[in-house]
Design a protein around this ligand. Structure first.
Ligand code: GTR
Length: 418
């Protein structure tokens, strides 16, 4: 019995390590990863799933500057506290984008004005990035609604699953990226694959954008894959704001799970994103690290050493030493719109800790004068709450991004973005 239990533990612990070796483009890869999350969400493994076992903790103060000054309005937030927090996340969590210069050009490869039986225009765009002799291409797919007759708000998805979920021909449809439904509601849909920017495996930072921009030896705050994917989202936005069918001031960046962590960081680094959607981003995303519920820093930074900067590792089993917690990451979206959602069976991603994180970020949003207050207790299953510029729901079911989630993103965007 004991050895069976050990075997279960070993398999559960090793599965994500295999997942790190699988390209994000690989269908089996993301399925294995989602399955792992389901397995790891079951009580019985070494991770904590009991509220009673959550340690007591004190979150770092959100609205006090490092010099001890109270942040009472949006000006102080934007001019001093926000940049301070951003720096802390660069240094301790996601890493810093190198200052290396690069060239960028856009090429619209094809335009189909009668896509989706005439409901949408489909464009395939190559975003070419080069530095010295090296180059890479980010392939951006963009659908915009024809009926609107004016530039449309757009959801840009950082895709961590690959083409089977984001098929531009729409022969294969997936709830993960429900283009038809979004177009019918007047939203454009854009997507790029994270793997175009940086492969999702631990390759010593030799490939993807690292091969182009990492000129200096790596240090504790050198960027990891999540920051690289977020950077890729910004390059897509560089294009989107030039497209006459897109309302450039109304682009939302969306991501699921590891993509959700990257979306939060993209919105933090790039304030041109009008809205951020974090779908089940969990540890290293929306969930409070100090709760040590479900996935922990220790675990994520050993299973996925390429995601974060290496300084982050020092906070494994040492969360209280971290000068930030994830409510501060969520607050970096303020005063723009932020949507966080979770799934009830995705305990690995700590739904309650993600809600508490959002709740603790609200004071930064309230500085804008819009009332963004939400209740202290997490809302019941499948009930959306919207407080001005912030929104949340917890869906029944497991780790995934479904049409029902997207419908709520759009309900929120109808209010917060349009
Ligand atoms: C898991 C990882 C989570 C989450 C997930 C995913 O293995 O532990 O943090 O990011 O992968 O991206 O599906």
């Amino acid at each position: 019995m004991r050895s069976l239990y050990r075997l279960f533990l070993t398999v559960a612990l090793l599965l994500p390590m295999f997942a790190t070796g699988i390209s994000a483009q690989d269908e089996e890869g993301w399925k294995a990863s989602e399955k792992t999350v389901q397995e790891l969400s079951k009580p019985g493994n070494t991770f904590n799933y009991y509220e009673a076992k959550v340690p007591s903790y004190i979150l770092p103060q959100l609205l006090v500057t490092s010099a001890g000054k109270k942040v009472g309005d949006m000006n102080i937030w934007n001019e001093s506290r926000r940049p301070e927090i951003l720096e802390l996340f660069r240094k301790n969590v996601f890493g810093r984008v190198p200052e290396t210069s690069f060239e960028k050009s856009f090429k619209v490869i094809s335009t189909d004005k009668k896509a989706l039986n005439g409901a949408a225009t489909l464009k395939l765009i190559d975003i070419n990035i080069s530095s010295d002799e090296k180059a890479l291409v980010i392939h951006l797919t963009l659908f915009t609604p024809n009926k609107a007759g004016k530039p449309a708000p757009v959801f840009l998805l950082i895709d961590n699953r690959g083409p089977a979920n984001t098929d531009p021909s729409r022969k294969v449809k997936s709830e993960f990226w429900p283009v038809e439904e979004a177009i019918a509601r007047g939203y454009g849909m854009a997507v790029f694959s994270n793997a175009d920017v940086d492969p999702d495996n631990f390759d010593g930072f030799k490939n993807g954008i690292h091969a182009l921009l990492d000129k200096k030896p790596r240090t504790g705050d050198s960027w990891g894959a999540l920051a690289a994917w977020g950077w890729g989202a910004s390059r897509c936005l560089d294009y989107l704001i030039t497209d006459k069918d897109v309302a450039g001031s109304k682009v939302a960046v969306v991501g699921h799970s590891r993509g959700g962590k990257a979306a939060l960081w993209a919105g933090a680094e790039d304030q041109r994103f009008a809205m951020v959607v974090s779908n089940e981003s969990g540890c290293g995303g929306a969930a409070l690290a100090r709760r040590q519920y479900g996935e922990t820093i220790e675990r994520i930074s050993t299973s996925f050493p390429h995601w974060f900067c290496s300084n982050y590792r020092s906070y494994g089993n040492n969360e209280d030493a971290m000068p930030v917690d994830m409510h501060m990451l969520l607050a970096l979206t303020a005063p723009r719109a932020l949507y966080v959602d979770c799934a009830a069976e995705d305990l690995w991603g700590d739904p309650r800790g993600s809600y508490l994180s959002l709740y603790s970020a609200v004071p930064a949003f309230n500085l804008s004068g819009t009332n963004c207050t939400i209740p202290e207790n997490m809302p019941p299953l499948n009930k959306q709450i919207i407080g001005g510029k912030v929104g949340f729901h917890i869906r029944d079911g497991g780790h995934n991004m479904l049409l029902s989630d997207w419908n709520r993103f759009m309900d929120f965007a109808d209010i917060a973005l349009k």
